[in-house]
Design a protein around this ligand. Structure first.
Ligand code: GAR
Length: 219
């Protein structure tokens, strides 16, 4: 499917969640001022709080539990069918806690974003806040990246960092990073929706801004 979110219509975004959906809420709030619309919210957890947030905002929802599937391929295939009903220009992972198959990732290549609670490429995977504390870093944060087959390894689009304090524990870090996520993700989604952001030859490119390189310098 070709991707022309900014030319002929308002960018349609489908959001995948697994839990609370606070990043989803930040996107719902941001989309209210126009520029993109959230066409649907889909969860692999039927009781995810984020589904209620979407319903309260009048957004279509669907849930598809991964538990009944024999393989990741089977689940991802069914998930893609549901997603494609909404004809998204952009697919946004917002706390979607599933590892995706290569087939799924490639189907949405260049229009699949994820937010991750660390300054990538540091701390891919889970338990990022505790691992950051254990490593003794002075700054920690969140990153938004294009999703590729490599877990949390796709081209970074933007990062937002905070200082780590001596009193921080994993919970306090998570809470402070989440506040930054809520600012960061809408900004990046809006870049994409307005046609400023694309994936080009394996790199994230913004038409007017220099985006971060693969390493970070505590930005
Ligand atoms: C966020 O911190 C997000 O970065 C993280 O899950 C949380 C979801 O919170 N995502 C990942 O760890 C993905 N690997 P939310 O449901 O309140 O948006």
């Amino acid at each position: 499917m070709s991707l022309q979110p900014h030319s002929t219509r308002t960018c349609a975004v489908v959001v995948l969640i697994s839990g609370s959906g606070s990043n989803l809420q930040a996107l719902i709030d941001d989309a209210a001022s126009g520029g993109y619309r959230i066409a649907a919210v889909i969860s692999n957890k039927p009781d995810a709080l984020g589904l209620q947030r979407a319903q309260q905002a009048g957004i279509a929802t669907a849930s598809l539990s991964h538990l009944g599937f024999d393989s990741r391929e089977a689940f991802d295939g069914e998930l893609a069918q549901i997603i494609d009903n909404y004809e998204p220009d952009l697919l946004v992972l917002a706390g979607f806690m599933r590892i995706l198959t290569a087939g799924f990732v490639n189907r949405y290549a260049g229009r699949l974003l994820n937010i991750h609670p660390s300054l990538l490429p540091d701390f891919p995977g889970i338990n990022t806040h505790q691992r950051a504390l254990d490593a003794g870093v002075s700054r920690h944060g969140a990153s938004v990246h294009f999703v590729t087959e490599e877990l949390d390894g796709g081209p970074v689009i933007a990062r937002q960092s905070i200082a780590v304090n001596g009193e921080d524990d994993a919970a306090s870090l998570a809470a402070r990073v989440l506040v930054e996520e809520h600012r960061l993700y809408p900004r990046v989604v809006r870049w994409f929706a307005t046609g400023c952001l694309r994936l080009e030859e394996g790199r994230a490119v913004h038409s007017e801004l220099d985006l971060p390189t693969t390493t970070h310098s505590d930005e």
